[in-house]
Design a binder for this molecule. Structure first.
Ligand code: G3P
Length: 217
């Protein structure tokens, strides 16, 4: 399973990258706005440090301008992946950019049919939003399962990039289903390592070790 960091905070991205937990980065207009940074500058900085795909989202809503924006964003770095909303215009832009061998990440996916369309349009990644379905009392994980089944039925190569990940159970469930990628905030990725029994067990080991009066170095 690939881990993408859903953030434009370079320090947080680099902290996780140093551990070996970063296979890519995703951003969206809200994340960029929250960063307070120039969009192209922050994407260029991330692309310099992270070799995997870095998603940068278009902000036009018509296919012609989406395509132009996608080509412009792709000029920033060779690992820029153009993020497009799952609309008919976004799908048209996806088809065009995919034919130009520009990687695409079709986002704001909330149904299996939407994911089917994205695969047919050659999307590199599909981003189903788990948390936002949970927010309206639907089960976002069911969507991941349905997309996995549909893609496997037809051998679509579009990678399932599970997004809107809010907690560690989302990650576990995505891994059990076989999502190709999860993208999550740094805090969620870090919390995957936490377990109360690990903390308690380590405390007990070190307490007993201290009693030996020995040292390793
Ligand atoms: O990549 C999509 C993600 O940023 C959306 O997350 O928590 O705003 O639904 P959230």
């Amino acid at each position: 399973m690939k881990f993408f960091v859903d953030s434009a905070d370079l320090d947080q991205i680099l902290e996780l990258n140093a551990i070996g937990l970063v296979d890519g980065v995703t951003t969206n207009p809200s994340i960029i706005a929250k960063s307070g940074r120039d969009f192209k500058d922050v994407i260029a900085e991330i692309c310099k440090e992270i070799k995997g795909p870095v998603s940068a989202e278009v902000v036009s809503t018509d296919s012609e301008h989406m395509i132009a924006e996608g080509r412009e964003l792709r000029k920033i770095a060779s690992n820029v992946c153009v993020k497009l909303p799952l609309t008919l215009d976004g799908l048209k832009a996806c088809s065009t950019l995919s034919r130009e061998e520009i990687p695409t990440n079709v986002t704001l996916c909330f149904s299996p049919n939407q994911a089917l369309l994205a695969a047919k349009c050659g999307a590199t990644f599909i981003s189903p939003f788990i948390g936002r379905l949970d927010d309206i009392s639907l089960d976002g994980i069911d969507l991941i399962e349905d997309i996995r089944t549909i893609y496997d039925n037809y051998g679509y190569e579009t990678e399932i990039l599970a997004a809107s990940i809010r907690n560690v159970n989302h990650v576990k469930d995505c891994a059990l289903i076989g999502a190709d990628v999860i993208t999550a905030p740094p805090s969620v990725i870090k919390s995957l390592a936490n377990h109360v029994l690990t903390h308690k067990g380590l405390e007990a080991f070190l307490k007993d070790w201290k009693g030996t009066g020995q040292s390793i170095l």
